[in-house]
Design a protein around this ligand. Sequence first.
Ligand SMILES: *[C@@H]1O[C@H](CO)[C@@H](O)[C@H](O)[C@H]1NC(C)=O
Ligand SMILES: [Mg+2]
Length: 265
Amino acid sequence: MALTRCVLVSLIIFLTLSPTSSSQSIIQMIPKEETHLSSDGVSGRRRGIDLYCESWKFTVETNDAGFWSRIPDKCVDFVKEYITGKRYSSESEAVADSALAYAKSVGLSGNGKDAWVFDIDETLLSNVPYYALHGFGSEIFDESSFDEWVDLAEAPALTASLRLYKGLQELGFTIILLTGRAEFQRNCTGINLQYAGYSNWERLILRGDSDHGKTASVYKSEKRKELEDEGYVIHGNSGDQWSDLTGFAVATRSFKLPNPMYFIA
Ligand SMILES: *[C@@H]1O[C@H](CO)[C@@H](O)[C@H](O)[C@H]1NC(C)=O
Ligand SMILES: [Mg+2]
């Protein structure tokens, strides 16, 4: 049933989004402000915007920015270049390297309770193909269109996280997946994870009926606490949001992946 739904919705979305939705304008906007090019061909105005957006991104990644709902309009190109260029993958690889170095230093009990918790969206799976069609975080989040994308079950893996995931399994960690996705998305999420190359997780925890209305931070803390009460030792936790990592029952070490596209409290 659910599998059929995944496929059916895929087809509809594919037909809707694929061939003709290009809104690219032939007419290029001419910048009104200063356009003097320096020797490397970058305008002073562009440099100023990049500096602004780089600093804005810093406040987001450090959680200094607190709640925010959309990226600044003038940072759309900056975020696009960051996410689709080499820096996002390079920084994700650096995070995976740090996580693996730590993981190798952990003395495992070997009783199957040595846990590593992973978030899913923008941690194991990349929704960049979706956000590329939605302004890289400059549009207000539309839950129903995102749910249609989730139903496609075609999100690719974050390459760095797939490497970390496999490395942790080789070391003997038990993998727990803890996502803000809802229970009705269990099947599509499992199919998508397998499609992206993930396998043999111990448990996939999604938001149940009683979890709706809770912040991610509270919901995820409660679930980590339940894991601890079952005897799991959460050595590591990987997520792209601070709300994946903070609260209570926090892991011994937490690893924050970059995400300048959206914020979840
Ligand atoms: C999804 O649902 C189908 C049909 O119920 C089932 O055969 C399949 O194992 C499920 N896949 C996952 C990954 O849960
Ligand atoms: Mg996430």
